[in-house]
Design a protein around this ligand. Structure first.
Ligand SMILES: *Cc1c(COP(=O)(O)O)cnc(C)c1O
Length: 222
């Protein structure tokens, strides 16, 4: 179990690595979000649409809401007006729906492509081949209302940190490959969202630009 660390301590450590903290507030009450907000934290991550919608409604409007969990296409419409960044784009079908809903809202929605880097069967995400197929397609080229800023991945839930490090290196390689082959001219394609409470230090060492940390700052979820 992770022992909670203080917010000022962890934010300093993350910023020293030029990375950004996404405070994962899923299952946590709005009072705990406000506590961090008052210390200057603006970026919060949620993994369920209903909870995200409810919190957005009640909390300050300058919060940046990050969708980090698997997103069903039929629920995109509920978050399209306000979501700051969707980390969990795991299919072409989902990306097309995000584009459609963004268009309806007259805005562009920032997205990360989620890659399956873990051993576990349960994890969602593209493999390199399916992502390249999408990026090469004409349908992708004409999507005007989504903005791809980088990649996201989750390491295997294990104590084997050698394995987790290898998985993070794999995601960094995927990022470098996509950058070189598809996004070379796109200066805002620069995000690698990887690292959670148990493995963020390794993620930062391997080039993470966004760590998604919940239990370490908010306490464990029951
Ligand atoms: C819950 C969650 C996190 C944060 O997990 P912690 O171990 O509590 O830090 C990060 N990323 C995703 C996608 C999550 O669902």
């Amino acid at each position: 179990m992770n022992t909670p660390v203080s917010f000022p301590e962890i934010i300093k450590e993350i910023q020293a690595q030029n990375a950004q903290l996404i405070a994962v507030s899923k299952t946590k009450p709005e009072s705990q979000i406000m506590d961090l907000y008052e210390q200057g934290q603006l970026d919060f991550g949620e993994n369920r649409v209903q909870e995200l919608v409810d919190k957005e409604k009640n909390l300050p409007k300058d919060i940046h809401w990050h969708m980090i969990g698997h997103l069903q296409t039929n629920k995109v419409k509920f978050i399209a007006s306000f979501v700051h960044l969707i980390h969990s784009v795991d299919s072409f079908k989902l990306l097309k729906e995000i584009n459609k809903q963004a268009q309806k809202e007259n805005r562009t929605i920032n997205c990360l492509l989620q890659f399956k880097i873990a051993q576990e069967e349960s994890k969602f995400g593209f493999d390199l081949h399916s992502a390249e197929e999408m990026l090469n397609s004409e349908t992708f080229q004409v999507l005007q209302s989504v903005n791809i800023l980088g990649v996201m991945g989750m390491g295997t839930f294990t104590h084997n940190m050698v394995q987790v490090r290898t998985e993070f290196q794999k995601l960094k390689n995927i990022f470098d490959h996509l950058h070189a082959n598809f996004f070379k001219q796109k200066t805002d394609f620069q995000e690698i969202s990887m690292g959670m409470s148990g493995d963020y230090k390794i993620a930062l060492e391997e080039g993470s630009t966004m760590v998604r940390i919940g239990s370490l700052i908010f306490g464990s979820r029951y």
